[in-house]
Structures are given as structure tokens and as C-alpha cells.
Design a protein around this ligand. Structure first.
Ligand code: HEC
Ligand code: HEC
Ligand code: HEC
Ligand code: HEC
Ligand code: HEC
Length: 219
């Protein structure tokens, strides 16, 4: 009896299996790279031990970021405030509120409130807040509209590609120093000012040249 299928089909099942495995591998790599490196982190908003609201304190009440994040312009590290900073107001304001129970307890016992860290660069990366804010990079460029957030979330991916995107073209993000802590600030279109023109001018004036070599960020 004549063979119904041509000879080459003998290896077909094997080819299908191999191609399938390679394709599956690529799909996995794709998701692993894109989801873990970048997109998985955006939106991360852990539940905090106290329902602290930035849109109320920094937005409505208009408090300066430095009132609480007091090291941000002088240190590589931006601190989260100690409990006594809260108690400057909350020993008077809302002093019975159940939402502030843990804050009062922390103040009495001296045990820090266990805030859950949201943004964190790996150990092998050198990052410095003061360098950025003293060169006109606003919090909003890296953390998004914190002054409108009831719960802080990871607004930008903060991956290596993201750092480099700005280091290659910082003019898109630098602004006069007096507006660094005013997250809602925009160049005034009425005066014909654009972010790009202003950014270029400041970049030249301050001789800004962010590192793009590996050793700049991996020291
Ligand atoms: C009244 C004090 C207070 C003020 C004012 C304040 N913050 Fe915060 N901030 C906190 C506390 C407390 C946390 C930790 C809890 C949380 O994430 O909500 C925090 C968390 C953050 C985080 C996330 C930290 C992490 O773990 O990654 C960022 C970013 C931040 N603040 C930026 C800002 C910016 C920008 C401003 C000014 C627009 C500001 N904050 C004003 C108290 C404050
Ligand atoms: C400059 C004063 C000030 C500081 C400092 C301050 N708050 Fe507040 N906080 C307020 C005011 C004003 C309100 C709104 C009170 C109201 O709604 O009647 C408020 C409301 C709150 C509420 C909601 C209370 C409720 O029952 O609705 C929480 C929770 C809170 N703050 C947490 C914190 C924490 C945590 C800190 C420290 C990181 C802090 N606050 C620092 C002034 C302050
Ligand atoms: C150039 C980008 C950039 C700018 C500008 C910036 N941040 Fe950050 N921020 C980061 C990165 C990256 C981290 C994680 C750093 C780390 O792990 O050491 C971070 C972490 C933080 C943390 C968490 C620190 C902790 O130990 O929990 C706070 C709070 C914070 N930033 C507040 C601010 C405030 C307030 C401003 C504006 C005054 C600001 N940042 C401006 C990139 C930036
Ligand atoms: C929105 C723009 C922007 C982003 C995002 C940004 N940078 Fe920068 N970076 C700058 C500017 C502007 C400078 C100042 C360069 C100068 O003064 O010449 C700088 C300087 C630096 C320096 C040099 C500091 C020094 O002491 O020499 C390092 C390191 C650095 N950035 C690391 C990072 C890392 C890591 C990230 C990502 C987590 C990052 N930056 C994200 C704009 C940015
Ligand atoms: C502007 C700062 C900056 C520069 C310049 C930079 N890196 Fe990175 N690098 C980072 C940050 C931030 C991370 C962490 C990324 C994350 O957490 O997703 C990182 C992560 C890495 C990783 C870990 C793998 C990964 O992608 O997460 C490697 C490997 C690496 N960098 C190599 C390099 C090499 C090689 C160079 C030079 C060509 C370089 N980096 C230049 C900021 C930088």
C-alpha cells in the first residue's frame, strides 16, 4: 500500500514540538522582561499601617514636602517622617480619631510606625535625591502627582531605561529651583515659555550633564 503521507512528514511532530518550545520560551521571556522590569512595578500601592493621605496634607492643606521629607534636599536619602512630626499637629487636631490610634501609640511607646516602603532602588545602584532636586528636577518627574494621591503608588517604573531616558534629555524635566516642590507648576504659556526652551536654558546655565556611563550609577 502506498504511503499516504510524504516522507518528510515523519519528523513533523518533532518540529512542531521544538518550534512550540522555542515560541513558548520567547513568550515567557517577553513577559518576564516587560512585566518584571517595568510594568509590574507601576501601580504598586501597599496598604499602609496608617491611612495617611497626601492629597489632604500636601494638596488641600498645601504642606511643603520638606516639612515631612526633611532630608530630601540635603541628603542622598529622602526620609519618611518620624511620629513626632505628625504629633506637632495631631496632639491638637483630631486627637480622638481612631484613624490616628497607631500614631498616638507610636508616640507613647517610641516604636516607629512600620510604613511600607514603595520606591526602592537595588543596592547596586547609586541614587542621590539632593543632586536631583538641587538641579531643578521636581518630585513630580519621578514620583508623579503625589499631592493628588490619597494612597501613594508607584507612578513611574524607575528602571534603568527610565533613568537613562531623562539623563539623555534632562531639558524635558528641569525647572527653576523655586518650583521644585510645587508639583502642579507648569511653564506659563502666556509668556510664550515652553518646557523645552526653559529646560535648555537652565541646562546650559547650570552646565548640567547627567551620567550615562555605567560607572555613573553603578559605583
Ligand atoms: C505631613 C507629612 C507629609 C508631607 C507634607 C508629605 N509627605 Fe510624603 N509621605 C509621608 C508619609 C508618612 C509617608 C509614608 C506613608 C505613605 O506612603 O503614604 C510618605 C510617603 C511618600 C512617598 C513614598 C515613599 C516610599 O516608600 O517610596 C513619596 C514618594 C512621598 N511621600 C512624596 C511626597 C511629596 C512629593 C510631597 C510633597 C508634595 C510629600 N510627600 C509630602 C508624609 C508626608
Ligand atoms: C500641619 C499639621 C498636620 C501635620 C503635621 C499632620 N497632619 Fe494629619 N491632618 C491634619 C489636618 C488639618 C487634618 C484634617 C482634620 C479634619 O479633617 O478635621 C488631618 C487629618 C489626618 C488623618 C485623618 C483623620 C481622620 O479621622 O479623618 C490622618 C490619618 C492623618 N491626618 C495622619 C497624619 C500623619 C500620619 C501625619 C504624620 C506623617 C500627619 N497626619 C501630620 C494636619 C496635620
Ligand atoms: C530623579 C528622580 C527622583 C526625584 C526628583 C525624587 N525622587 Fe524620591 N525616590 C527616587 C528613587 C529612585 C527612590 C528610591 C531610592 C532608593 O531606594 O534609595 C526614591 C525614594 C523616595 C522616598 C522613599 C525613601 C524611603 O526610605 O522610604 C521618598 C519619601 C521620596 N523618594 C520622596 C521624594 C520627594 C519628597 C521628592 C521631591 C522633593 C523626591 N522624592 C524627588 C527618585 C526621585
Ligand atoms: C527627570 C530626570 C532624571 C531622572 C528620571 C533621573 N535623573 Fe539622575 N540626574 C538628573 C539630573 C538633571 C542630574 C544632574 C546632572 C548635573 O548636575 O550635571 C542627575 C544626576 C545624577 C547622578 C550624578 C550624581 C553625582 O553625584 O554625580 C546620578 C548618579 C544619577 N543622576 C542617578 C540616577 C538614577 C540611578 C536614576 C534612576 C533611578 C536617575 N538618576 C533618574 C536627572 C534625572
Ligand atoms: C542613569 C543611571 C544608570 C546608568 C548610567 C546605568 N545603569 Fe544599570 N541600572 C540602573 C538602575 C536604576 C537599575 C535597576 C533597575 C531596576 O531596578 O529595574 C540598573 C540595573 C542594571 C542591571 C541589572 C539588570 C536589570 O536590567 O535590571 C545591569 C546588568 C546594569 N544595570 C548594567 C548597566 C551597564 C552595563 C551600564 C552601562 C552601559 C549601566 N547599567 C548604566 C541605573 C543605571
Amino acid at each position: 500500500m502506498a504511503n499516504f503521507f510524504p516522507r518528510w512528514t515523519n519528523t513533523l511532530p518533532l518540529k512542531i514540538v521544538i518550534c512550540g518550545a522555542i515560541f513558548g520560551g520567547l513568550v515567557t521571556l517577553f513577559y518576564w522582561y516587560y512585566l518584571t522590569a517595568d510594568y509590574a512595578r507601576v501601580g504598586y500601592a501597599p496598604v499602609q499601617p496608617v491611612a495617611f493621605d497626601h492629597s489632604l496634607h500636601a494638596g488641600q492643606l498645601g504642606m511643603d514636602c520638606r516639612y515631612c521629607h526633611s532630608f530630601v534636599e540635603i541628603s542622598s536619602h529622602s526620609n519618611v517622617p518620624a511620629t513626632h512630626t505628625c504629633m506637632k499637629c495631631h496632639s491638637q487636631v483630631q486627637k480622638e480619631s481612631p484613624k490616628l490610634e497607631l500614631v498616638r501609640r507610636s508616640y507613647e511607646t517610641g516604636e516607629a510606625i512600620p510604613w511600607v516602603r514603595i520606591h526602592q532602588a537595588p543596592d547596586y545602584v547609586y541614587f542621590n535625591h539632593a543632586v536631583h532636586v538641587s538641579r531643578g528636577v521636581s518630585c513630580v518627574s519621578c514620583h508623579g502627582n503625589i499631592h493628588e494621591m490619597e494612597v501613594v503608588y508607584h507612578a513611574k517604573s524607575q528602571t534603568m531605561g527610565w533613568c537613562l531616558e531623562c539623563h539623555r534629555a534632562p531639558e524635558k524635566n528641569i525647572r527653576p529651583l523655586e518650583h521644585v516642590y510645587n508639583l502642579a507648576w507648569k511653564p506659563d504659556p502666556k509668556s510664550g515659555q515652553t518646557q523645552l526652551a526653559l529646560g535648555k536654558e537652565l541646562k546650559e546655565r547650570w552646565a548640567i550633564n547627567p551620567p550615562q556611563t555605567c560607572a555613573g550609577c553603578h559605583r
